[in-house]
Design a protein around this ligand. Structure first.
Ligand SMILES: *[C@@H]1O[C@H](CO)[C@@H](O)[C@H](O)[C@H]1NC(C)=O
Ligand SMILES: *[C@@H]1O[C@H](CO)[C@@H](O)[C@H](O)[C@H]1NC(C)=O
Ligand SMILES: *[C@@H]1O[C@H](CO)[C@@H](O)[C@H](O)[C@H]1NC(C)=O
Length: 391
């Protein structure tokens, strides 16, 4: 802590001695000794907590000054910039607020984002970090792990496990309010993810480290098919999309995950073999031929998804966040945002041209954008270049 008192006293002594020195020349050596003592006390002061107090005014520290969430701003930006996801904002703001305002949370925060690419999972994770930490996604307390980037080799899994455990332990020790984002969790081997499980549980400490203030966000495509099916059925019934309730989507996510687990328990090996050899047939077997993953991958029974269901069964996930597939009208709103950011005059014609560049499914003309808002920026550049060439 900052202790101004001894410092002031020393400064006073220093002043008095200096004053005297003007009158009595022979005091010079004494004055030098005092100066040396003063310097050493000052340096001790700077090495201790006092130094941290001063350092943390300019350098990022794990303090309220640097981790100071503005929920109003987060709520506002989600309202204006996230399109077609009426279920996302309420649950996220509520969960984050409850965890961050609580000085003694019972367990780490674990948010599980579900939905196809381009529906806004990464976008929202980015906005959260931007509004939690002063340095946003550049904060040293924010850690992003992407399956294909950080853990590419299946046979190095034991090394990865140790590494991941060390990273999380190390970082939470440095800052209890650390945020870990796991992208593409469905592509991570479940054995690797097992090593995180204890950190999400209700333990007060593990080997002297308390993980309950830390935050985890998992992004995945698991159950995205079920979300799409449910949204489609809702649309076909003629009800407005906004009447889909959080509760019913939560059920879709949890039930689907249970099913995936049940299925795997029966015949995981057989299934994996089939998966490798004949994905397409497997897919149609489950009646889902009508929807292809936007990134061209046929996805589902990956181990990451199965692990996920264990988390669900153990109630270690604080909240599920369903991202619905986006319709053309939502994509148009994303296009509008991109045009505005790029200072390009927004016209209906231009918006339609860009929207036409994307693919929609199921059916013809398809209902949902297969890449959501993901490729909008690149398509805008493409169309604008085209228009310029025509002129
Ligand atoms: C939070 O954000 C809102 C809207 O951007 C802003 O008006 C307000 O001043 C911010 N609050 C704090 C404490 O920074
Ligand atoms: C924190 O995590 C990062 C990976 O995001 C890792 O490189 C770093 O070594 C970790 N820090 C500590 C103190 O463990
Ligand atoms: C757009 O215009 C604003 C104000 O005219 C300017 O500050 C900003 O840098 C511009 N952005 C781009 C991408 O050109």
């Amino acid at each position: 802590m900052f202790q101004p008192f001894p410092l002031k006293l020393l400064a006073l002594a220093w002043l008095i001695l200096n004053n005297r020195a003007e009158h009595v020349e022979s005091l010079e050596p004494i004055s030098t000794t005092i100066a040396a003592g003063f310097a050493s006390v000052v340096s001790m002061f700077f090495i201790g907590d006092g130094f941290n107090a001063i350092k943390c005014k300019t350098v990022e520290c794990c303090t309220d000054a640097w981790i100071n969430p503005n929920f109003t701003a987060l709520n506002d930006i989600l309202k204006t910039r996230l399109h077609g996801q009426h279920l996302v904002r309420p649950v996220i703001v509520k969960a984050l607020r409850a965890h961050l305002k609580n000085p003694n949370p019972q367990k780490a925060l674990a948010l599980s984002f579900h939905g196809w690419t381009g529906t806004g999972k990464n976008f929202v994770a980015g906005l959260i970090t931007d509004h939690l930490y002063y340095y946003g996604r550049n904060s040293q307390y924010v850690h992003l792990f992407a399956a294909t980037h950080h853990f590419p080799h299946e046979n190095h899994i034991e090394t990865y496990k140790d590494q991941l455990r060390d990273w999380i332990r190390g970082n939470v020790t440095v800052c209890p309010r650390s945020l870990f984002i796991f992208d593409e969790i469905d592509k991570m081997p479940s054995r690797l993810l097992d090593s995180i499980k204890p950190y999400l549980d209700y333990y007060t400490e593990i080997n002297g480290v308390d993980y309950r203030k830390s935050m985890f966000i998992f992004l995945s495509n698991t159950v995205a098919n079920s979300i799409t099916q449910h949204t489609l059925a809702h649309w076909q019934s003629g009800a407005p999309r906004e009447t889909i309730t959080y509760k019913e989507m939560e059920e879709v996510i949890t039930l689907r995950s249970y099913n995936e687990k049940g299925l795997s328990a029966v015949s995981a090996n057989w299934l994996l073999a089939q998966l490798n050899r004949n994905l397409q047939r497997l897919w149609s077997y489950f009646g889902q031929t009508w929807f292809t993953a936007p990134d061209g991958r046929q996805h589902s029974f990956h181990s990451g998804g199965l692990w996920h269901s264990e988390l669900i069964q153990k109630h270690l996930i604080t909240a599920f966040v369903p991202f619905l597939p986006l319709e053309r009208k939502h994509v148009k709103l994303c296009i509008k945002d991109v045009l505005r950011v790029k200072n390009i005059t927004v016209t209906t014609d231009l918006i339609n041209k860009v929207a036409d560049e994307l693919q929609y499914s199921p059916g013809r003309p398809g209902l949902f954008s297969t890449s959501g808002c993901k490729r909008v920026e690149e398509k805008v550049d493409f169309v604008v270049l085209d228009v310029e060439n025509e002129d």
